[in-house]
Structures are given as C-alpha cells and as structure tokens.
Design a protein around this ligand. Sequence first.
Ligand code: AKB
Length: 336
Amino acid sequence: MRITLVTGANGEIGHSLLETLAASGDRKIIALDLAPLADDLRPMVSVALQGDVSDPAMVDEIEKHDVQEIYHLAALLSTSSERNPALAHQVNVNGTMGLLLMARRIGARTGRAVTFLFPSTIAVYGMPSLEKKNAAGAVTEFEYLQPTTMYGINKVYCEQLGGYMSDRFGQLTDEAGKKVLDFRALRFPGLISATTVPTGGTSDYAPEMIHAAAQGKAYACFVRPDARIPFMAMPDGVKALLDLAAAPAENLTQRVYNIGAFSPSAEEIASKVMEAFPGAEITYAPHPKRQAIIDSWCADVNDEAARRDWGWKPDYDMERAFDEYLIPTISGVYAV
Ligand code: AKB
C-alpha cells in the first residue's frame, strides 16, 4: 500500500484531497497540520501529526514513515504572507526545503523515487502594468515571472528549488538509475470550494462572495468590478494534482505546469451569484494593497503543456462550476 503524506491537511485543498484519496482506499495517509486534524478528516488517515512543517524535529517524525508520495500543501497564502513576510519565508521556503531533503533521504534509503507534488500559483506572475496584463491574455509558464509579493517570490523560488533538488543536487539515483526525487508542480489559479472558505489569500473575494450570498449576508468585495484572474472549481484542482501525480515521468517535458479553467472578472462572478441568489447584496470597496496584488497577477494562463503532456482538461467551466457544483452544494452546506 502506497504511503502518502499530505501537509496542510486541514486547509482547503487538503480537505478535498484527503476525501478523494481516502475514497480510493488504496493508500496509507499521513496527515500533517499546525492545528489538530479536523474531526471529519480523522477517520480518513492512518496517522495525524500536529506541528510545524518547518520544524526539523517534525520532519524527523515524518521521515520515520518512509513516505512514497508527498502533497506539500502547507503554506501561508498571499495576503497572510504580505502581513508577515519573515514567517512566510520560514514556512513556504524553509518548510519546503526540509521536506525536499527528507524526500531525497527516503528515496536513497528505500531505493524508490519519492514523488513530490507542489502546489504553486498564479502569484508567481508579476504583470508590469494593467495595460500589459490585459494585452498579454493567457501567459505561458515562462513569461512575466517577476512576482511582487513574498508569497509569489517564495513559490517561484521553490519551483526552481524542487527542480534543482531533483536533477542537480547530489545526483542521487535508485537501483534502476532513476532519480530518488521526482518533483512536479502545478500553478493553481484561485480555487473555489463549495464546502470551505479560504483564509489569507487574495483570490478569496470570489469564494467569500459566493459563501456570503448563500448565507444571506451582504458582501463588500475588496477588488474592483473589472479585476480579472483565473479561477477553478476545487474538484478540478484535486483532479489536477492526482492526474499530475499519476502521469508517467517520461511524458513530462517540464516540472511546472499551468492549469486553467475560467477567467471571470469580479463583476462576472457577482452576476452569476446574483442569478443564483437574487437577494444577494454585493458592493465594492477595493483595498489598495490587495487590488494591486490582483492587478499584478495574470488575467489568464496558457495550459497547453499540461493538456499535451498529461491530458489536463477541466471538468468545470464557469457555467458548470456554478450550476452543477457550487450552487447546489453550497445551498446544502448552509441549510438549517
Ligand atoms: C492566494 O490568493 O494567495 C491563493 C493563490 C492564488 O495562490 N489563493
């Protein structure tokens, strides 16, 4: 049975990923989070560890389990990282480095390459101006990599670090001559879950708007109506992680892949929300710093490489995300 580590297990992606992994029933799951594992997740895992991913003692504890696959989801998101850049660096960079070193040690000791799935983000982009952002349209993995936030800088560095640790540092190989660490990264757009609300991100205005409307609460959106970045329904985010993890190594032509689904403006999201919840009260109160972050992220991503190399295709466009996933599920979440 495969041994899988999920860090940041209580987080938004962690929650949905654990549900999917547990349903497949084909692996032993080790979960790590700073907080005690949520009660609903506890039955899904074999081991629930509580602690800081950047603490070497915690890494020693994890290492005892000889994990074969790592979904390293623990991170401080963009707005939280701007509020505490030193902590962001500690968690986002040092935490990742500690796990990469651990994965290499496990790979060398067990003679089996450890697969390391890293959620990167559209925050790695730094569009030079709103005009250039609007003109650029869907950007590839290799353009505009001048992030303006601590989180974006942490993530673009860790993308490079993962490649370096897999391909160049020490050149460890298993008995079959395969590298002992197999690092793969996805650049996630803003994710929207019907069952959880994110904290500390800057794409949070979309899920906050939908969840507020479902609860009959007024919402003041912290970006302008014309603000546009890519978004994705959570089931597609989880599917992308699992599909990239399962892709044969020989098909992968790069270590970092964009994935896209739909790219609405805040106003377009608001009008979908109003359709579903006609009484919804949505106003705009742009927050200068958060607006500047959104303006610096790309309006859309080019995900041709993911489509070509491992068959990426989202199940949910915006219509389907709202009509078949978000609205039906969310209404159940808040029904009393
Ligand atoms: C954030 O807003 O920080 C995240 C992201 C887009 O990576 N949701």
